[in-house]
Design a protein. Structure first.
Lengths: 310, 226
């Protein structure tokens, strides 16, 4: 072909004609691709729900460092600064001795005996408390060990530490870490299985749609069409399948997520699936389009290659 | 222009379909190849089209060996040959115009050439009024005429017609043979395989008779005699 733009125009026109004229093949291919993409989309939402729930659980885990009653404000501030410098630490919140006392009073406001006992004390029995949140649950052990190492990291500041509650929480944190690791491992395997299954379904769909043209491909060869001229329209057609299926899947998710959001927002601890869909619209669409385009293009190339060997 | 030299085709298991084929077809000839089913006619045609390669010997088109053609050379060679099949093999989802235009597009012809030549070649096969029809809307004879128009449109040096009248009634058979004869009269070489005695006897042209993969008779003006 002398002019590449003419070649491209003809290939594009031919692929579009195949798509619109072969309605049965096009509709069934798009339907199968859409179903596969819906499954991938559902998996995307499950990952979202899982990540959200995990974040919620992780946010509830922290280490409390109880400080001695005689710790001065300067020492507490210095200790807080040192802890903040640890790479595993996400945040450190300080509750002063007065905050701790008020917190206690609020929690026990209905307990008259405890409140009476507290009133009889002339001084505040509570010390300040530092609440440490780690970047990741796996970081708590390392933070606790550093705090436990005494003067090695903290220097003089270590002397004001009265108690660290990590070891009381250790078994719960370990359990949580195990669950997170387990779910991640399972998640990767499920993702892999999904990718393989989707690939096989998409590959076979495209292969079948091209199989129907097997005889036509042989005629195209015999009238002197080049491999590119034969293969091009099939690539265009499978690209149209991928685009239409991705758009259709996104449209279908709109009412589905809207309906599910109504039913599940309480169950999902405040996560609104519909908002999640809207907030992640472009990343989900991009994922579906990328998966369908890559798989359908590879499938087209492999399927036509078989029939081009004359 | 087309030469078979000591050609033999043997499939795995020792099944010989062509043996000791020596044949020359000159420019402008109309050659009929006849023989029973399994005589080797279709294999002979497939070798001309480079769909099959000989186990032994060589097949040449002018000075180039067909079995050695690859890639662009093979594509270019196929554009010099027009093919007509018994089962028409039209592109089902394209109109009559688009079927013929496809062969021209594949050969890299411009839109102007396509718009000028397609109606002209359709007039030649008397289908000018069915230009927008799909193959499913045509009779067998009309489909075969579209196939001939498609084979003809790139002005090939040879037209290969493999049992072109096999699915047609006598009236359409006569029409198709007349068209092929007309094409030959205009200077194009035609190689025709057929089982139809009437066609062969009517043509009064060269007849090659095959049996069990061998040429048993090659007559300048032959008759159907098997």
């Amino acid at each position: 072909m002398k002019n590449p733009s003419t070649l491209f125009k003809r290939i594009f026109k031919s692929g579009s004609l195949n798509f619109f004229r072969n309605k049965t093949v096009s509709i069934s291919s798009v339907a199968i691709l859409t179903t596969t993409l819906i499954i991938i989309g559902i998996f995307f939402f499950f990952r979202g729900i899982f990540d959200y729930t995990l974040t919620q659980v992780k946010d509830k885990v922290d280490i409390k460092v109880y400080l001695k009653l005689d710790a001065s404000d300067e020492d507490i501030s210095a200790l807080k600064q040192k802890i903040m410098r640890l790479p595993e630490v996400k945040s450190v919140e300080l509750a002063t001795a007065i905050d701790s006392l008020n917190d206690f009073k609020e929690k026990h406001s209905n307990d008259a005996i405890t409140m009476q006992a507290l009133d009889e004390l002339s001084t505040n029995p509570f010390g300040a408390v530092l609440t440490i949140v780690a970047q990741d649950t796996a970081g708590y052990e390392s933070i606790a060990q550093t705090l436990d190492s005494g003067t090695q990291f903290l220097g003089e500041s270590s002397s004001i530490i009265d108690k660290i509650n990590y070891y009381e929480l250790k078994s719960s944190i370990d359990k949580l870490n195990n669950i997170v690791n387990w779910i991640n491992t399972i998640g990767y395997w499920i993702t892999l299985i999904f990718i393989i299954m989707s690939s096989l379904i998409i590959f076979n769909t495209i292969r079948l749609s091209i199989f129907i043209y097997k005889d036509e491909i042989s005629v195209m060869r015999l009238v002197g069409a080049s491999n590119m001229y034969i293969r091009g329209p099939f690539l265009v057609e499978s690209t149209i399948y991928a685009c239409v299926s991705s758009v259709l899947t996104m449209i279908l998710f709109l009412p589905i997520t809207f309906y599910i959001a109504k039913k599940t927002s309480i169950f999902l601890n405040g996560l609104n699936i519909y908002n999640y869909y809207l907030n992640n619209f472009f990343s989900l669409f991009g994922l579906l389009l990328m998966v369908s385009l890559i798989l359908s293009t590879i499938s087209s190339i492999l399927a036509t290659r078989k029939y081009l060997k004359i | 222009m087309l030469y078979f030299e000591n050609v033999r085709k043997e499939y795995p298991g020792g099944f010989v379909v062509l043996d000791d084929i020596n044949l020359t077809i000159d420019r402008g000839e109309l050659v009929s190849v006849v023989g029973h089913s399994g005589a080797g006619k279709t294999t002979l045609i497939k070798m001309i089209l480079a769909e099959e390669k000989p186990s032994v010997g060589k097949i040449s088109f002018h000075s180039s060996q067909i079995q050695k053609l690859r890639g662009d050379d093979l594509v270019e060679f196929r554009r010099k040959i027009g093919v007509v099949f018994q089962d028409y093999r039209l592109l089902a989802n394209r109109t009559v115009y688009e079927n013929i235009a496809f062969a021209m597009e594949a050969a890299g012809k411009t839109e102007e050439e396509i718009q000028k030549d397609v109606p002209h070649v359709l007039d030649l096969v008397d289908l000018g009024n069915k230009i927008s029809h799909f193959p499913s809307q045509l009779s067998g004879g009309e489909k075969q005429r579209v196939a001939i128009a498609r084979a003809l449109v790139n002005r090939p040096e040879i037209i290969i017609a493999d049992e072109p009248t096999g699915n047609l009634d006598p009236v359409n058979t006569y029409d198709i043979i007349q068209i092929l004869k007309k094409i030959n009269d205009l200077g194009t070489t035609v190689v025709l395989t057929t089982h139809n005695k009437g066609v062969i006897d009517h043509l009064k042209k060269r007849v090659i008779t095959m049996e069990n993969g061998k040429i048993i008779k090659d007559e300048k003006i032959g008759k159907y005699s098997i």
